[in-house]
Design a protein around this ligand. Structure first.
Ligand code: 5RP
Length: 218
C-alpha cells in the first residue's frame, strides 16, 4: 500500500465515527480530503459541517455538503483531521498545511477528535517535523527571537499567508519532551496566534493506516 492508500483507508474508517443528524468538524490536508470524499457518500445522513480552512470548505461545497460558520453552530459531535506527527499519547504536531489555528479552534469545541494518519506519522518524540507557529505579521522578528531562546530554529514560510491573514514560522530542531508545557510557553509569546502543538487538547482516537490495515490507538 502506498502512503496515499493508507491515508484513504483511515479516512474511510473515520466515517464510522460520524453520527447521523450531527454536525461534523472537518480538518485540512490530503488525508482530510479523502475524508471529505468519503463523507460525500453519506452526506444525506448528517446536518452539515464546520470546516477548518477555506480549502476544505470549498471541497465540501463542491460535494454539495452544507458548511456552517462555527458561530452559528451549538455542538460539533466529532472532528476528523490529519496530523504531521503523533506520539503514543495522541499529542500532535499539526499545521503543515498552515491551517493550525482554525483546526485548533474546531478541535477545541468538538466532543470527540478523531485523528487520521498513515503510519509514518507515529513517532516516539515530537519535533522532527518543524513546529508551525502562526504569528501576527508585525511581530515576526520579535517572536522568532523568543523561539530561539526556547531552543528552536524558526524559519519564515516564504510566500504563505494563512486564512487569517498571518504568517507562519516553522520551528526546526525542537525535541519536544513536554508537549503541554511547550504549547503553553509558545502561546504565551506576545504576537503568537497559536502553535501547531495539540497536546492540551490531544486527539481522542488515532486511526493509523498500516500495511496490515487500520490500527486504532486511544
Ligand atoms: C494542515 C494539517 C494537516 O492535518 C497535516 O499537515 C497533515 O497533512 P496530510 O494529511 O496532507 O499529511 O495540520 O494544517
Amino acid at each position: 500500500m502506498t502512503q496515499d492508500e493508507m491515508k484513504k483507508l483511515v479516512a474511510e474508517a473515520a466515517i464510522s465515527y460520524v453520527e447521523a443528524g450531527t454536525i461534523v468538524g472537518v480538518g485540512t490536508g490530503s488525508t482530510a480530503n479523502h475524508f471529505i470524499d468519503a463523507l460525500a457518500k453519506i452526506k444525506h445522513k448528517i446536518d452539515g459541517t464546520v470546516a477548518s480552512s477555506v480549502a476544505s470548505a470549498e471541497r465540501l461545497k463542491q460535494h454539495g455538503i452544507p458548511v456552517f460558520d462555527l458561530t452559528s453552530v451549538n455542538e460539533i459531535a466529532v472532528y476528523v483531521d490529519g496530523a504531521d506527527e503523533s506520539n503514543r499519547y495522541l499529542h500532535l504536531v499539526k499545521g503543515g498545511g498552515g491551517a493550525l489555528t482554525r483546526e485548533k479552534i474546531v478541535a477545541a469545541c468538538s466532543d470527540k477528535f478523531v485523528c487520521i494518519a498513515d503510519e509514518s506519522k507515529l513517532v516516539d518524540t515530537l519535533g522532527t517535523f518543524p513546529l508551525p507557529v502562526e504569528v501576527i505579521p508585525m511581530a515576526r522578528s520579535m517572536v522568532a527571537r523568543a523561539l530561539v531562546k526556547l531552543g528552536g530554529q524558526p524559519v519564515y514560510r516564504e510566500g504563505f499567508v494563512t486564512d487569517n491573514g498571518n504568517i507562519i514560522l516553522d520551528v526546526h530542531n525542537l525535541v519536544i519532551a513536554e508537549p503541554c508545557k511547550l504549547e503553553e510557553q509558545i502561546n504565551n509569546i506576545t504576537g503568537v496566534v497559536t502553535n501547531g502543538l495539540f497536546a492540551l487538547r490531544p486527539a481522542d482516537v488515532l486511526l493509523l493506516g498500516t500495511q496490515d490495515g487500520v490500527r486504532t490507538i486511544t
